[in-house]
Design a protein around this ligand. Structure first.
Ligand SMILES: *[C@@H]1O[C@H](CO)[C@@H](O)[C@H](O)[C@H]1NC(C)=O
Ligand SMILES: *[C@@H]1O[C@H](CO)[C@@H](O)[C@H](O)[C@H]1NC(C)=O
Ligand SMILES: *[C@@H]1O[C@H](CO)[C@@H](O)[C@H](O)[C@H]1NC(C)=O
Ligand SMILES: *[C@@H]1O[C@H](CO)[C@@H](O)[C@H](O)[C@H]1NC(C)=O
Ligand SMILES: *[C@@H]1O[C@H](CO)[C@@H](O)[C@H](O)[C@H]1NC(C)=O
Ligand SMILES: *[C@@H]1O[C@H](CO)[C@@H](O)[C@H](O)[C@H]1NC(C)=O
Length: 294
């Protein structure tokens, strides 16, 4: 990880509310960028936020926009997880617009991340810029520690490098989800995604940074997440994404998703809480993993 961009570690206990799909689990609002009420910037921000949710829901879950003229321009980006359908996407982003004004009142720059979507805005242009300056991570306290940490680490590493490659270079939506067999009774499920404005190589680099954070975040844990402004990863020993929707969403030529997409990735028992982990080390071993379709 670059020492020039020493990440600001913002880790907090979030035992309640993480599974609540209506509650942001990633909140990034620096309080040194206040705008003046009734200013030109606020008008531009309001216009931006009023159009982003519909724009993203209407275009496969991603929209970016700039409103106004310098020096009062407002830049924004809205994105839904690629396995989330348009109506759930819209609902998540509508809620995020309400939340961002209450959670980060008066801030020119802010970002909120939810299960289904993320919303980010700023007075400074951030579009297409890789950003690993802020990280938040959690391990999942509802799952036990891995019984064979070395094997878990090695199998997880293989899964996450596959997902990193796929999200960065093979998926137009910069999203990958998949699972790998750990034991005959346990699979590891993983997900990797980037904000779709950044370049493929930057997506790759962001995800590699996120995967490299796993030992710090979640050493020996069977579930965890690492979230940067421009990418995020998650792994669990239970399915937490919509496999049917994920497959077309990550293929090079996404087939139109017809018919209702079943939920099922938001109400899995065990996803209710996650918390910060202590740092530590782990061993390593090799065992050939078997990939499965997502
Ligand atoms: C910006 O506004 C927030 C919320 O009202 C406040 O907590 C913070 O102190 C303000 N910061 C500055 C630099 O004025
Ligand atoms: C950008 O925002 C403006 C103001 O809300 C809106 O009129 C315009 O349609 C938006 N553009 C895109 C591409 O969403
Ligand atoms: C954004 O706002 C901050 C805080 O008011 C200011 O320091 C910065 O120069 C602004 N950036 C741009 C590009 O206008
Ligand atoms: C596995 O452990 C090694 C050695 O501690 C570490 O470098 C690597 O990042 C770990 N991999 C994962 C996926 O946690
Ligand atoms: C990832 O795993 C899938 C499923 O086995 C495989 O088809 C794909 O080629 C792998 N991709 C990379 C980049 O390793
Ligand atoms: C969209 O996804 C949500 C949550 O998974 C589900 O409840 C809803 O039925 C889906 N709607 C459509 C139109 O597919």
């Amino acid at each position: 990880m670059s020492s020039l961009l020493a990440p600001l570690l913002l880790c907090s206990l979030l035992l309640a509310g993480l599974a609540n799909n209506d509650h942001p689990f990633f909140t990034d609002c620096p309080t040194n960028t206040n705008y003046t009420r009734g200013s030109a910037f606020q008008a531009n921000l309001d216009a931006l936020l009023s159009s982003l949710p519909a724009a993203a829901a209407a275009s496969s879950g991603f929209a970016e926009n700039v409103t106004g003229a310098a020096p009062d321009q407002a830049y924004g980006l809205a994105q839904c997880r690629a396995d989330v359908n348009a109506s759930a996407c819209r609902a998540c982003l509508d809620a995020s617009v309400k939340d961002i004004t209450s959670q980060c009142p008066g801030q020119k720059s802010a970002m909120l991340g939810y299960e289904d979507c993320l919303l980010r805005h700023s007075n400074a242009s951030f579009i297409r810029a890789l950003d690993v300056s802020v990280v938040q991570y959690w391990w999942n306290p509802k799952t036990q520690d891995a019984t064979q940490p070395a094997q878990f680490n090695s199998t997880l590493g293989t899964l996450m490098s596959n997902l990193t490659e796929t999200a960065a270079y093979a998926s137009p939506r910069m999203f990958a989800a998949g699972s790998v067999v750990l034991t005959p009774f346990v699979n590891i499920y993983g997900m990797a995604q980037c904000t779709r404005d950044i370049a493929k190589d930057d997506c790759y680099s962001c995800l590699v940074t996120a995967v490299t954070t796993i030992p710090t975040c979640c050493n020996g844990k069977q579930g965890g997440r690492v979230i940067y402004r421009t990418c995020s990863i998650r792994f669990e020993v239970y399915p937490f994404y919509n496999a049917r929707a994920a497959e077309p969403a990550m293929s090079p030529a996404p087939a139109p998703v017809s018919g209702p997409i079943n939920g099922g990735d938001h109400s899995v028992p065990g996803s209710a809480g996650e918390s910060k982990s202590p740092p530590g080390n782990t061993g390593d071993s090799r065992s050939p993993p078997v990939f499965r379709a997502p």
